[in-house]
Design a protein around this ligand. Structure first.
Ligand code: NAP
Ligand code: GDD
Length: 341
């Protein structure tokens, strides 16, 4: 019988790549989707026709228990979150509820449905759990590069909520013997990335300028540095973590850092343009507390999981710019269902 996976955050960037990967691996894939008329669910259904949908919300404990009871998953991937860092200052309580408490609710749903009891000897349960932890937990970094032992100093309500989910996942592993792990993933991007994140904002901005639809691109802090990889590579790591013999946390990234300035330079160059003619900096886009740099040390994942990224920074930027040029040339709208590449 095919193994069954339940993915929260199925309508997001990672949910789509992970679903495709698991379907290729022969899984029966279920996606948890929220809302009664969520347009992102219709878009997802069109592109991932083989994914089955179960209704539920990370804010609603009962719905998660019902979803686990219905799907009877072998593996649960908790990707659902408020994931845009600036939004976490504007809606800090909602971020804590979805990105932080949502992890507790998902773990409780699994614990209750697996019959794992409190107090008794660690009984484990059969369902394996993946938590989407984030390099934003490192925040103001204490060392570079960051590995599984680097301390946390989150700089946003989002980072704080992710740190809660991270420690809780570790705690359920230690308290109940559950196979519960966190992937500490560094920034990963793709043509499916939300338009609010800087890589996609830049690739769409370049495409609009190239096609004469805009004449400038407004950005915030050009000096911030990130370790950017390709989302398709990172979902393979999620799956590998749940196939390991023992439940452990892993850092996933490329080990290379680039600044937002270098990102803009590369993206404009990919379209034959000089970035300095078009990029305008805007103080309003700076964050109340910035994460200046993030750079992964993915050695543990390489050695223990055999995981390696396959797409370089330059390849990633070029593929995003090419994809957005195609999308806009064809009259597509990045916010509309039909335009999801
Ligand atoms: P994304 O595109 O923003 O997707 C977020 C998903 O969360 C969407 O499917 C959204 O569904 C869902 N969601 C929001 N509120 C929910 C709720 N109350 N109940 C259930 N689902 C809800 O994010 P992503 O880039 O794919 O990232 C996936 C996960 O990895 C997130 O947890 C993110 O924080 C984490 N992460 C991402 C990166 C990265 O660089 N991409 C790095 C480290 C960690 P709707 O369509 O219903 O809004
Ligand atoms: N979004 C955005 N828009 N960011 C900008 C801009 C702009 O106009 N200008 C400069 N930046 C800088 C931000 O200040 C930040 O330092 C960097 O670009 C990256 O911003 P985002 O692409 O929004 O991503 P993030 O690093 O804050 O968060 C992403 O990666 C995390 C992992 O490190 C998200 O995917 C999180 O969910 C994820 O956990």
């Amino acid at each position: 019988m095919a193994r069954r996976a339940l993915i929260t955050g199925i309508t997001g960037q990672d949910g789509s790549y992970l679903a495709e990967h698991l379907l290729r691996e022969g899984y029966e894939v279920w996606g948890l989707a929220r809302g009664q008329a969520n347009p992102r669910v219709s878009r997802m259904r069109k592109l991932l026709a083989d994914v089955q949908v179960v209704r539920g919300d990370l804010l609603d404990q009962g719905s998660l228990i019902s979803a686990v009871e219905r799907v009877q998953p072998d593996e649960v991937y908790n990707l659902g979150a408020i994931s845009f860092v600036p939004m976490s200052w504007e809606q800090a309580e909602l971020t804590a509820e979805v990105t932080g408490m949502g992890v507790l609710r998902m773990l409780e749903a699994i614990r209750v449905c697996s019959g794992v009891s409190r107090g008794g000897p660690a009984a484990g349960g059969q369902i394996r759990f993946y938590q989407a932890s984030s390099s934003e937990m490192f925040g103001q970094v204490s060392e570079t590069p960051q590995n599984e032992r680097t301390g946390f100093h989150p700089r946003s309500p989002y980072g704080v909520a992710k740190a809660y989910g991270h420690f809780l996942t570790q705690n359920y592993r230690e308290s109940y013997g559950m196979f519960a792990v966190s992937g500490i993933l560094f920034n990963h991007e793709s043509p499916r990335r939300g338009a609010e994140f800087v890589t996609r904002k830049v690739s769409l901005g370049v495409a609009r300028i190239k096609l004469g639809l805009a004449d400038e691109l407004r950005l915030g802090n050009l000096e911030a540095r990130r370790d950017w990889g390709f989302a398709g590579d990172y979902v393979r790591a999620m799956h590998l973590m749940l196939q390991a013999a023992t439940p452990e946390d892993y850092v996933i990234g490329t080990g290379r850092m680039k600044s937002v300035r270098e990102l803009a330079e590369a993206a404009f160059a990919a379209a034959g343009l000089d970035w300095e003619r078009y990029v305008v900096t805007d103080q309003a886009l700076h964050r109340p507390a910035e994460v200046d740099l993030l750079c992964a040390d993915p050695k543990k994942a390489r050695v223990q999981l055999g995981w390696e990224p396959t797409v370089s920074f330059d390849e990633l930027v070029a593929l995003m710019v090419e994809s957005d040029l195609r999308l806009l040339s064809d009259g597509g709208d990045p916010d509309q269902d039909s335009s999801w590449p």
